[in-house]
Unconditional design. Sequence first.
Length: 193
Amino acid sequence: QGSVSAIQLAHAGRKASTYRPSDGDGAVPVESGGWTNVVAPSAIPFASNYPMPQALTQDGIEATVRAFVEAARRAREAGFRVLEIHAAHGYLISEFLSPLANHRTDEYGGSFENRIRLLMEVVSAIRRSWPEGSPLFVRISATDWVEGGWTVDESVELARSLKNSGVDLIDCSSGGNAPPTNIPVGPGYQTPF
């Protein structure tokens, strides 16, 4: 029918090693298969019943960028022609973007430019090898819905930077960097983003 396959690449970050929603809530204990190597920008758990993550080192950040590039290569070899980088919902890249999860004091934390650095490095590295004419999307949480978190204005600035880096589409969602908040869920509530 002329359609092509798309794939989304993600890293769970501090939300890793948790139960499927149908099986419970919070961290899976190590004795039940839970992980001891959950990572995040900072050693801040998502919630009190989630794993305590380890702050990614510089080597860990570089390995993460390489892992995204390798996953994109495997996706292309498997026949995928559209790729989306998941940088939303409080997963690893979204955690780096949000001041709620990112308390780093190095070049990956603090300022807006520093907090977007990991995503920009992933996009740049993938764009170099992802074929021209094959769309590259990025999914973001346009707001954390929490005072002091990621904002719509920051999302607009990020979208400008991503466009300049060769991203073809920004897929807007919201939330996920803080436990349930006062999100005005209802028909079309994401549409303004």
